[in-house]
Design a protein around this ligand. Structure first.
Ligand SMILES: Cc1cc2nc3c(=O)[nH]c(=O)nc-3n(C[C@H](O)[C@H](O)[C@H](O)COP(=O)(O)OP(=O)(O)OC[C@H]3O[C@@H](n4cnc5c(N)ncnc54)[C@H](O)[C@@H]3O)c2cc1C
Length: 418
């Protein structure tokens, strides 16, 4: 679409937050446009068909805290089937890869670590989560690996106050056709300009002037939903500059989680075949390792997950490095026969994605308060949403969506006054 020269409200970004904001404004008398740099909606929610029989959520996949997750109702309304079976994260399909006794020891060490860190967080003094590891404990590297999956980052750069502010109800469901597909179906429900990258938000004049790769327009109010790394790097700029927002975003960097999908050439009925929704993870003394979801939904595939510095090193090694690592690890666990059964289908590169530059936000130690700073409106005209602004569901898709709705309500309240 060609851009209008002026609108009441411009929403920047058509990820979960931007879509949530657009829905909340769709019945208002205000003119709204969503400006999106990519050629699709969904942002970090993106489902592809990795093969004709393999649905792959390259970004978000789980409806976390599903009993409080606003996408559950949306999925029901849009007739997207929800799978409510338990996630296999704490299970282990192959006992000899990670024996039961060792697993019990690991879980005990993990829980003791969480108890110490959570207790410390209650004191109100912030610090790095790594300080609460038991020095010399053999399971520390693996506890750190779990942090790279959950936070996208090692424990030395994770704030304890922030991490325990997350509201985990421990109910996690999935969308059978894909979380990204659900977001695409939810859509913007109004004017949407794709392939439109915003470069400058000039709020020096009476109206806000927005410069984009498709030309400029003006708006009365703007909702900014782009990932924190892009605000911190000033890929998207403000005039006059907003150093408080840049600083807040820098305190909430996106960590890294990457996924790889491998085709599995092994009939499910064959003797000793890998089970549906199984879990595979080695007991290693390294944090540099993947974790594997076997035959998700019974599909003929294995999904691998890598996080933190290891994921970044694999991305930096170039296309195919995640798949090669995953195949080597799986073959190491299950035997050489598996090498010929596995074929790379697709892998993510979120750190190298110019419109994300990472996967999900965590607060650096000492920066837990920055989520509220980032979320605060400026001058009744600039409003901020996105997963990083959520006080309790940060790093998630529903936290992002709800933050968009919150920002839209702030816009409406400010519009009544102005
Ligand atoms: C590998 C991975 C696994 C994940 N797993 C889960 C999970 O299981 N469950 C869960 O709930 N969450 C998960 N997440 C996190 C979840 O995907 C995000 O928190 C959520 O999608 C973020 O939504 P958002 O709207 O805040 O940001 P985004 O989705 O990043 O949306 C921002 C939008 O802004 C656009 N944009 C950027 N710059 C510009 C610009 N200059 N001009 C115009 N547009 C711009 C981007 O293209 C993007 O579409 C995962 C993420 C990843 C990467």
């Amino acid at each position: 679409m060609s851009l209008p020269s002026e609108v009441d409200i411009a929403i920047i970004g058509a990820g979960a937050a931007g879509l949530g904001a657009a829905h909340a404004l769709k019945d208002s008398p205000l003119s709204v446009i969503v400006l999106e740099a990519r050629d699709r909606v969904g942002g970090r929610g993106y489902t592809i068909m990795a093969a004709p029989d393999v649905i792959f959520d390259i970004g978000c996949g789980w409806l976390h805290s599903a009993d409080k997750n606003s996408f559950v109702k949306i999925a029901e309304q849009l007739n997207f089937e929800i799978d409510k079976s338990h996630p296999p994260w704490r299970e282990q399909t192959f006992g000899d890869v990670f024996p039961q006794k060792e697993r019990a020891e690991f879980i005990e060490a993990l829980e003791a670590f969480h108890d110490r860190a959570e207790e410390a967080a209650k004191s109100g003094r912030d610090s790095a989560a790594s300080l609460y590891l038991d020095p010399g404990n053999r399971w520390n590297p693996m506890i750190d690996a779990i942090s790279t999956y959950v936070n996208g980052s090692e424990l030395d750069s994770v704030s304890i106050i922030d991490t325990y502010a997350y509201e985990d109800t421990e109910i996690n469901w999935r969308v059978r056709r894909g979380y990204g597909a659900l977001m695409a179906a939810y859509g913007a429900r109004g004017p949407l300009a794709l392939n439109t990258q915003v470069t400058l938000i000039d709020h020096s004049g009476k109206r806000v002037r927005i410069e984009t790769s498709q030309g400029a327009l003006t708006a009365r109010k703007v909702i900014v939903t782009v990932p924190t790394n892009l605000i911190a790097d000033q890929t998207i700029r403000f005039h006059p500059a907003l150093p408080v927002k840049v600083d807040a975003a820098a305190g909430l960097p996106l960590g890294l989680a990457d996924k790889v999908m491998l085709a599995l050439d092994e009939p499910q009925e064959s003797k000793g075949a890998l089970p549906k929704d199984g879990n595979l993870r080695g007991a290693t003394m390294r944090s540099a390792m993947g974790t594997y979801h076997l035959r998700p939904f019974g599909q003929p595939c294995i999904e691998g997950f890598f996080g933190g510095r290891f994921a970044l090193a694999l991305e930096d090694a170039g296309d195919g490095a995640l798949a090669a690592q995953a195949i080597d690890e799986i073959v190491g666990f299950l035997g050489n026969d598996f090498r010929r059964k596995l074929k790379p289908l697709a892998e993510s590169r979120w750190a190298h994605d110019p419109f994300a530059r990472g996967s999900y936000s965590h607060a650096l130690p000492g920066h837990a308060g920055k989520r509220a700073v980032l979320a605060a409106p400026v001058d009744g005209r600039l409003f901020f949403a996105g997963e990083a602004t959520s006080p309790n569901f940060f790093s998630t898709a529903h936290g992002a969506r709800d933050s968009g709705e919150r920002a839209a309500k702030e816009v409406l309240a400010a519009s009544v006054k102005s």
